[in-house]
Design a protein around this ligand. Structure first.
Ligand SMILES: C=C1C[C@]23C[C@@]1(O)CC[C@H]2[C@@]12CC[C@H](O)[C@@](C)(C(=O)O1)[C@H]2[C@@H]3C(=O)O
Ligand SMILES: O=C(O)CCC(=O)C(=O)O
Ligand SMILES: [Fe+2]
Length: 325
């Protein structure tokens, strides 16, 4: 309370205990996408954690670095220039407010829609260089998401390689891209607490593929509820299972709860591809995954119905609970 009263800059931003070095995720699964064992390793990680680090993914460092530096250039613009690319909803620049239901975080961001493999014309991106970097990166990261989903299907023993990936490559698939910038939160330096960058939540889609600069901050909740920090690696991707994939696998894959803690000294820049299906896609366990007599754990719904419910909820709500049978 005293901290909040004396630091107006972080007013309205929830505070978290600062991570200590012992909280690092020592058992993080690391999957080599180029290895023949990738499908099994991916399925295993998704069952245990709903999360893994992906290396040897084939996306050139240049493609990632170019978007990072264009993003840094954009976020360094005067506030009035950035605001001209807003508001964030439906798509554009936003700051501190996350969603439409009162969530706040110590960040600014660009929230963008993806059509097929590039940015939708509905997104007003202020510079040609940023637009080109976004499109090059999105095309590449989307291919990675498709390869990972193909490997997931194989790891689950599903014969049709595109049983999952086909949902994000289908006409009308609902793909979102966001670039987050968490400025250093100097006001809390040395106080033992940190500003919430992005509050705890699960992602509603099928899959999220994240890349960040070298600043840590991302934490995931293990199945026993313990929060662990994910060491940053600018050369790797971090993949998480979303709510819809949990349902398609009837709970075998876990939609991982995660959050971001702002650093008091360094900026974090992250870029995340969210692969969602078409609005009319039915989200229900794949029949190939239901054992004899096994029932769906969930009521039937479409992605459009789930997305509407998700966007009416607060970040930390258990969105899937209302769809449990
Ligand atoms: C508070 C919210 C922000 C969010 C929409 C929501 O109502 C609940 C889900 C949130 C989330 C998390 C993953 C992605 O970052 C995101 C774009 C999404 O699809 O669902 C965000 C939404 C958002 O920032 O608008
Ligand atoms: O910025 C990050 O590192 C993660 C953000 C996140 O979880 C999200 O945007 O859904
Ligand atoms: Fe997320």
């Amino acid at each position: 309370m005293v901290v909040l009263a004396s630091t107006p800059a972080v007013d309205h931003i929830p505070l978290l205990r600062s991570p200590d070095p012992g909280d690092y995720f020592s058992g993080m699964p690391v999957v080599d996408l180029s290895s023949p064992g990738a499908p099994r390793a991916i399925a295993d990680a998704c069952e245990r954690f709903g999360f893994f680090k992906l290396v040897n993914h084939g996306v050139p460092a240049d493609t990632m670095d170019r978007l990072e530096s264009e993003a840094v250039r954009f976020f360094s613009l005067p506030q009035a220039d950035k605001d001209r690319s807003g508001p964030a909803y439906p798509f554009g620049y936003g700051s501190k407010r996350i969603g439409l239901n009162g969530d706040m975080g110590w960040l600014e961001y660009l929230l963008l829609a993806v059509d097929s493999a590039s940015l939708s014309g509905a997104c007003a991106v202020p510079s040609c260089a940023l637009l080109a970097a976004l499109n090059e990166y999105i095309a590449a990261v989307r291919k990675v998401a498709v390869r990972v989903m193909e490997a997931m299907a194989e790891g689950l023993g599903i014969a049709a390689v595109d049983a999952l990936s086909g949902m994000v490559t289908a006409e009308g698939s609902d793909q979102v891209f966001r670039v987050n910038h968490y400025p250093p939160c100097h006001a809390l330096q040395g106080l033992g607490c940190s500003a919430t960058g992005f509050g705890e939540h699960t992602d509603p889609q099928l899959i999220s593929v994240l890349r960040s600069n070298g600043t840590s901050g991302l934490q995931i909740a293990l199945q026993n509820g313990q929060w662990v920090s994910v060491p940053s690696d600018r050369d790797a991707f971090f993949v998480n299972v979303g709510d819809s994939l949990q349902v398609l696998t009837n709970g075998r894959f876990k939609s991982v709860k995660h959050r971001v803690v702002a650093n008091s000294l360094k900026s974090r820049v992250s870029m995340i591809y969210f692969g969602g299906p078409a609005m009319t896609q039915r989200i229900a366990p794949l029949p190939q995954l239901l054992g004899a007599g096994e029932q769906s754990l969930y009521k039937d719904f479409t992605w459009g119905e789930y997305k509407k419910a998700a966007y009416n909820s607060r970040l930390g709500d258990n969105r899937l609970a209302q769809f449990h049978r």
